[in-house]
Write a protein that binds this ligand. Sequence first.
Ligand SMILES: C[S@@+](CC[C@H](N)C(=O)[O-])C[C@H]1O[C@@H](n2cnc3c(N)ncnc32)[C@H](O)[C@@H]1O
Length: 258
Amino acid sequence: MSADSHFSEYENTIYQDAKRYDDEHWWKKDDLEFWREMYRSSPGPEVLELAAGTGRIGLSFLSEGAVYTGIEISPAFCRQARRKLSKFKDRAKIIQGDIRDFQLNKTFDLICIGFNSFLHLLADEDARACLDCVRGHMHAASRFVIDIFIPNPLFLYRPEGMRYPTMEYRDSKTGELIQVEEINDYDPDTGINKIRWFYISEDGSEEVFDFTMRMFWPDTMNRLLIDAGFTIESVWGDYEKTPFDEDSHLHLYVCRLP
Ligand SMILES: C[S@@+](CC[C@H](N)C(=O)[O-])C[C@H]1O[C@@H](n2cnc3c(N)ncnc32)[C@H](O)[C@@H]1O
């Protein structure tokens, strides 16, 4: 599927407005040292980030000296990422594309997909297509690292239509404080969670955006990775690399070729 046809699924989502994405995720910094460390232990400088967004994680790799390529489906996010990473000149490249269908004709030392982006692969076929592409861009010493959260039943099975506060942020242009509330609709048969965010301005007016995530339970992830031909080298439950257990909130996989 081409990036453009997939993009129509994203017309009213939180992945349209790059400035707002950066403003609202001001707090998301806890993964950056983890990714820098992943880069330092990588066998070489070539990094490929899938679903690179506006370059949030890319900046960390590049400041460590990486030769960085990011694939991202949202044209607006690609433009923002290119602006943010332009000071790194030839070491930074952003490609508008679909992580389920890419061929870059080279291998990378580190391939990663951070901040729950893997959860946008809504069906097993989407995940498989992505994993096949990843495998084709790895060499014997490459590592593929995935960062997703563990589905939380308290979140999935909230009372229908009940709005929950999610976060607040300051609009970097107007200085206005924006409150974000959410509702969700989880289908346990498909594992798909439809999430609606309400952006509430100081005068009470609202804007609404949607996004959809597939909840991958650990057994499904293990099966998908092994069926796709990866060896799972490590599974951590947090960015401090604590071994994954039943109390973990995150699922961090390090995979290699067999
Ligand atoms: C949670 S954001 C993460 C962005 C960035 N990696 C970060 O950590 O800030 C998920 C990103 O996945 C992108 N995305 C979703 N589906 C995609 C696809 N099929 N191919 C490429 N990018 C995709 C979205 O546009 C969005 O930028």
